[in-house]
Ligand binder design. Structure first.
Ligand code: ATP
Length: 296
């Protein structure tokens, strides 16, 4: 993260989506050292207005260059309707994060295609695309910049829009209490934020982008009850009316999802509601017994 601290122009827009907590610097190094696989199309296609948020994967296969014998995503098919709330579950190494990486175009599939509103992600203009599929990571990176810039995150919007997003994300309250309010310098050399506060900054960033599709990597680490409530309330607000795919760790999330997708060895192996999947007594039931014991 040090590599991009203080740089909040368009680089941060890309880098911020790449860099997620621990291992971030390594991941950036890895990307800098590999051939750029992501290119802008010569004749980009436009998304419909308004963007609907239909997400499809068709026979997607992807293998990390550093593990050539081991496809992380292997013949994955899925179809997610506009506004549908999906909980993504699966054992460690199933490919959940990799699916997010592909949807964010950190990498492109080797075979098959991912589509937004029927258009192959590779045919979309990158800047327009990046506003439509946005991730709220588990442990968002805060840049060495003030609160305004941390929420604005490269977008050209005025301070009032930033504050409105912060209010909707329940970030306004704590930002106002900082020494210089929205002008307070944050990050490693500035004011350090708690986990719940960082998440609310990330939610404000996402609200400002107003994406059609939201990817959420649900936090595994516990927040205190008040922070948890504020984060959940902000997320509920953010997810309303958008297609959302949540890597789920909480029982409440899988229960409330329109549909649960069970990922195993790089493909979807089951799909349905919590109770129905439990009744199948397969992988989902085993995962649920292990992963969702928190009871909240
Ligand atoms: P977890 O729940 O543990 O986060 P996951 O379902 O998100 O797991 P992925 O992180 O997508 O799984 O990993 C899918 C497969 O790809 C695993 O076999 C993993 O070891 C491998 N993998 C993930 N990231 C990389 C990488 N940067 N380079 C090489 N292999 C990777």
């Amino acid at each position: 993260a040090i590599l991009v601290a203080g740089n909040v122009g368009s680089l941060s827009d890309i880098a911020g989506q790449l860099l997620r907590g621990a291992g971030a610097a390594e991941r950036l190094m890895e990307l800098l050292e590999t051939e750029p696989s992501i290119t802008a199309p010569a004749a980009p296609r436009r998304l419909p207005t308004p963007v609907q948020g239909r997400v499809e994967a068709q026979a997607v296969t992807f293998t990390y260059p550093s593990r050539p014998e081991h496809p992380a995503i292997a013949g994955l098919d899925l179809e997610i309707a506009p506004g549908e709330q999906i909980a993504l579950v699966g054992p460690s190494g199933a490919g959940k994060s990799t699916l997010f990486h592909l949807l964010l175009r950190f990498y492109d599939p080797e075979q098959g295609a991912l589509r937004l509103d029927g258009i192959d992600l590779r045919e979309l203009e990158p800047t327009a695309f990046r506003r439509q599929i946005v991730i709220v990571p588990q442990d968002p990176v805060i840049f060495g910049a003030d609160a305004l810039e941390n929420i604005r995150y490269g977008l050209e919007v005025d301070d009032a829009a930033v504050e409105a997003a912060a209010r909707a994300a329940h970030a306004h309250e704590f930002i106002q209490r900082l020494p210089d309010g929205y002008r307070t310098f944050l990050g490693e050399r500035g004011v350090r934020l708690s986990g719940g506060e960082r998440q609310r900054i990330a939610i404000a960033r996402a609200i400002l982008r107003d994406p059609a599709v939201l990817l959420l990597d649900e936090a595994t680490s516990a927040l205190d009850a008040e922070s948890e409530r504020l984060v959940q309330d902000a997320l509920d607000h953010l997810m309303t009316g958008r297609t959302s795919i949540v890597i789920a760790h909480r029982l409440a999330t899988v229960r409330n999802a329109d549909r649960i997708l069970v990922l195993d060895q790089g493909r979807i192996v089951a799909s349905g509601h919590h109770e129905a999947l439990l009744a199948e007594d397969g992988l989902y039931a085993r995962l649920a017994a292990l992963q969702f014991q928190d009871g909240n």
